[in-house]
Design a protein around this ligand. Structure first.
Ligand code: FES
Ligand SMILES: [Fe+2]
Length: 339
């Protein structure tokens, strides 16, 4: 089976990662790509490898809406066609072109389609409208693990009771009182919802409450294939119908794109403060990543299902997402025209 679903939108980069008038080189789904913006605002994604002697085009320079290769000067436009040859009388070499992929800007991100271009409908990009116009810092980590293990991690946040117990001041409320609901909505999104009513507050919230006061807490994760997640977290004074919030409700992106079969771009954001940056670094880089990487190494290259994983009820949503991806891959393998 092919390693990745092709006919889906993947997040390639936050739009502000691409320098104005410049280029961004990034390995995505195992292949190096170069991304740039044309003068009319449209985006372009090309294979980051010149067809002549394979120099990365990103080592060249922008000339208008083209890239001029830095090695021997061939120029390529945003469709990947060779449109310039610096050698006198050289003309455009027959068939000279690089692969071009559909890429569009939505919700502050650049989404690309590695599959059949005729199927690339931007209406299929998951709704991340809440990202637009935010003062938050859009960021990315490169994680040493298969992206589906990272999805498992995010679709089952019960691990916070163990792995993040100090960072989040978790106190067992999810384990002891959490009600889990797994559902699929009309957009095809899979939701994992943990709801904890009338429980003791987590440690960080205690200074904001009266001694002994209880809270209602919810942790809802939404997943769209292949791995675009949004996390909604809330904490309200108990018995107020979740109307008296202790802190403003949070909505955060957790979007994964495979760099390779064993490494993953993890896109998220944090508030524009040093404390928030340090917290993200601590939680994702120092707590999640080492555990997930160690689990990936312990799998020793064997497929997830071949290891016959023990299944807990809390895995329900993550497994639903895994099965959806498996079916999408199998369908693409079976389709005679699969790109
Ligand atoms: S490698 Fe690009 S023109 Fe030669
Ligand atoms: Fe985590």
């Amino acid at each position: 089976m092919q390693p990745f679903v092709r006919n889906l939108w993947y997040l390639a980069a936050w739009a502000n990662e691409v320098p104005a008038g410049g280029m961004l080189s990034r390995k995505l789904l195992g292949t190096a790509r170069v991304i740039f913006q044309r003068g009319d605002g449209q985006w372009a994604m090309l294979a980051d490898r010149c067809p002549h002697r394979f120099a990365p085009l990103s080592r060249g320079r922008r000339v208008g809406d083209t890239i001029r290769c830095g090695y021997h000067g061939l120029g390529f436009d945003s469709t990947g066609a060779c449109v310039h040859n610096s050698f006198a009388g050289g003309g455009i070499p027959q068939g000279a072109a690089v692969e071009s992929l559909p890429i569009v800007e939505r919700h502050g991100g650049l989404w690309f389609w590695p599959g059949d271009p005729s199927k690339a409908d931007p209406a299929g990009i998951p709704d991340f409208t809440f990202l637009e116009g935010s003062p938050n810092v859009f960021t990315r980590l490169l994680m040493d693990a298969h992206y589906e293990l990272l999805t498992d991690n995010l679709m089952d946040l019960s691990h916070a009771e163990f792995l993040h117990v100090e960072s989040f001041g978790t106190n067992g409320s999810l384990l002891n009182h959490g009600k889990q609901t797994v559902e699929t909505d009309d957009s095809g999104a899979i939701w994992n919802k943990w709801d904890m009513d009338a429980v003791d507050p987590p440690g960080w919230a205690q200074p904001m409450l009266q001694p002994g006061e209880e809270v209602d807490q919810w942790i809802h994760m939404r997943w769209h294939a292949p791995a675009a997640m949004a996390l909604s977290i809330g904490l309200a004074r108990s018995a107020t119908g979740r109307r008296q919030l202790v802190v403003p409700a949070m909505l955060d992106p957790h979007i994964l794109t495979p760099e390779t079969h064993s490494t993953t771009h993890y896109f998220f954001w944090h508030q524009a403060t040093e404390d928030a940056r340090a917290m993200a670094e601590q939680v994702f880089r120092r707590e999640d990543e080492p555990m997930i990487r160690a689990a990936f190494e312990a799998m020793d290259g064997v497929e997830f299902w071949d290891l016959k994983p023990l299944i807990l009820p809390s895995d329900n949503a993550a497994l639903r997402a895994r099965r959806r991806l498996m079916k999408l891959r199998a369908d693409e393998d079976a389709a005679p025209t699969a790109a």
